[in-house]
Design a binder for this molecule. Structure first.
Ligand code: NA7
Length: 563
């Protein structure tokens, strides 16, 4: 394409999930004269909720806390049918937001960005998509998601399997498990939040012949306790939305649950048990986040609570050996993200559900007909489901070839000369406020590394508000250039690392600590997530703005024509 034909936008947004939709809505409203465009790889809106169509997919945050607060009319008419909405209902909600605000007209679907290059001469980003079409933008907002790049297991022979095989986030759209899984032997690899939802739902399907679960690491999991919400009840809830959003704004992860201020070790055993039993009976993350405040910082406190949870799991299983395999030994309760379940453990009491404990018998390889273990056992399978998670947090960035200022790549490995030029060496993000990156001018991230992830819509709304304010500042002052100073990046990155200290979760391998053994360069832990309190994060963002956007450098030089 002739370079003069490149479409220029004031702002380009990549991704039309919750972050992209929220960004488009607010930026369009704030800057009506600007050309703003969203590029989205999928064929429709929804992001995570569009891609993840596996059976049993549902949200673990209360549905009531999962809507956008900016459209009060819509939340007051929206009837969430269940306390924890299934994927289809959340997707419908996101589609409704997009339709109601006519967002589709500014979104280009089926467009996956392949490369992004900073152009100093006219202070813009030049993007190229997979079909070679280019787009130029003065400012760019990354809304690519932190769990959006699926990761397949690095198991030898994976390409040889002849049956049906798919990753949970690439679930075939028209697959009907009662019809398509009838009389089939299903294998599932992975027992994270996704695997647990998938396994429970597929196992309950009466027509399925058998389900074999390949578990590398057991995960702590606790009852979701989902319920239907009647119309009358929903009308009651609608009066409380302000209170719900206010509550979320005060909790560490923006969920509707906060810790009991007491320490486990300062109360009697009876008092401990009373709180734990009360939380266990409640819906949602209460049993993860409503516990005594030392549960995730004090090893002894964590051990006591883990023992309580282990006894609950044992009581639900018929076979003590299976129970033993399902109870984690190497990490304490809540030190990884807790999957919530609805009958997961009872699943293993069924005669057609089998658990392969890979810590006892590792998988040797995938063959054309199934999976062979190191002890020679071969599991014949018709369908193989990879519930193996994501190249989290930095994964979406890895799939784009970046050239920041002076041609610097964003990601790279210290093993190579070129890699050592990278801004984020060895998958270790360095940011300022989790929103801006040194040597990547005019770029902002929503739900990017170093932000508190927690309850996504709540944290997204805040990040989008900060980015909008920052762009307003640029517009008001004719700034065509914004970039964090190296010093601000250094101090913020140190702060994020300091926040992670003392949390037991940072001593455990998981996507939250940047470990993914299927991805080259992600074998060791890093700090990619803000694990301080979300309110403290917001305070620091507000402080930056009050101090004239301290830590950011701006420039006014007018853009010049392309040479
Ligand atoms: P997770 O939580 O990263 O879980 C992935 C699972 O897949 C986990 O049990 C892994 O075991 C397992 N896995 C990954 N690779 C392999 C191989 N090679 N062999 C066997 N097992 C493997 O992803 P989810 O999709 O479940 O959830 C991600 C988040 O999405 C979740 O926390 C929610 O916030 C929503 P491992 O533990 O690594 O040994």
């Amino acid at each position: 394409m002739d370079s003069t034909q490149v479409d220029h936008y004031d702002v380009l947004i990549i991704g039309a999930g919750l972050s992209g939709i929220c960004s488009l809505y607010h930026l369009r409203k704030r800057f009506p004269s600007w050309r703003i465009r969203v590029l989205e790889a999928a064929e429709s809106v929804g992001g995570t909720w569009n891609w993840n169509r596996y059976p049993g997919a549902r949200v673990d945050s209360e549905s009531l806390s999962y809507a956008f607060s900016f459209d009060k009319d819509l939340i007051n008419e929206w009837h969430w049918k269940e306390t924890f909405a299934p994927q289809s209902e959340i997707l419908r909600y996101i589609e409704r937001v997009a339709e109601k605000h006519d967002l589709h007209k500014d979104i280009k679907f089926n467009t996956r960005i392949k490369s992004a290059r900073w152009q100093d001469f006219n202070r813009s980003w030049l993007f190229t998509d997979e079909s070679g079409i280019q787009y130029e933008a003065g400012f760019f907002v990354s809304c690519m998601g932190f769990l959006s790049t699926p990761s397949l297991p690095a198991i030898p022979g994976i390409e040889t399997f002849k049956g049906q095989a798919f990753h949970t986030s690439r679930w075939p759209k028209n697959l009907d498990i009662s019809r398509d899984f009838a009389d089939k032997r299903i294998g599932v690899i992975g027992t994270g939040a996704t695997g647990i939802q998938t396994i429970t739902t597929v196992s309950k399907e009466p027509s399925v012949k058998s389900v074999t679960v390949f578990q590398r690491t057991p995960n702590w999991s606790a009852p979701l306790r989902n319920e239907e919400i009647s119309l009358e009840k929903m009308q009651e809830h609608q009066k409380n939305y302000d209170r719900i959003f206010d509550l979320c704004a005060r909790t560490p992860g923006c969920f509707m649950h906060s810790a009991d201020p007491r320490n486990s070790l300062d109360v009697t055993e009876d008092e401990r048990l009373a709180l734990w039993e009360e939380l266990y009976a409640k819906p949602g993350f209460s049993k993860w986040l409503g516990v005594f405040s030392d549960t995730y910082t004090n090893r002894e406190a964590n051990k006591l609570y883990s023992d309580f949870m282990a006894s609950k799991i044992r009581a639900r299983l018929n076979d003590p050996e299976v129970a033993d395999s399902l109870i984690p030994k190497n990490h304490g309760f809540g030190t990884r993200r807790i999957p919530l379940e609805s009958g997961y453990f009872e699943t293993y009491n069924r005669s057609n559900v089998h658990l392969v404990d890979m810590q006892k018998t590792p998988v040797e390889r995938i063959t054309d007909t199934g999976i062979t273990l190191t002890n020679g056992t071969h599991h014949e399978l018709d369908v193989l489901i990879y519930a193996t998670g994501f190249d989290a947090i930095t994964g979406a960035f890895s799939s784009i070839e970046w050239q920041g200022k002076n041609g610097r790549p964003l990601l790279g490995s210290s093993d190579t000369k070129e890699g050592r030029m990278a801004i984020w060496l060895d998958h270790r993000p360095r940011t300022y406020l989790g929103l801006t990156i040194n040597s990547m001018p005019n770029m902002f991230t929503v739900l990017g590394p170093h932000q508190p992830f927690g309850n996504a819509p709540r944290t997204i709304e805040h990040a989008v508000a900060v980015v909008s304010d920052l762009l307003q500042y640029c517009k008001d002052n004719d700034f065509t250039y914004v970039e964090p100073t190296p010093d601000a990046v250094e101090r913020w990155t140190e702060h994020v690392v300091a926040c992670s200290k003392g949390h037991l979760s940072n001593e455990v391998d998981s996507w939250m600590t940047g470990v993914n053994k299927n991805v080259k360069g992600k074998m060791v832990r890093s700090v990619a997530r803000y694990s301080g309190h979300a309110a403290e994060y917001r305070r620091r963002c507000a402080e930056c703005k009050q101090n004239g956007w301290a830590g950011l450098k701006f420039a006014q030089t007018p853009r010049v024509a392309r040479p």
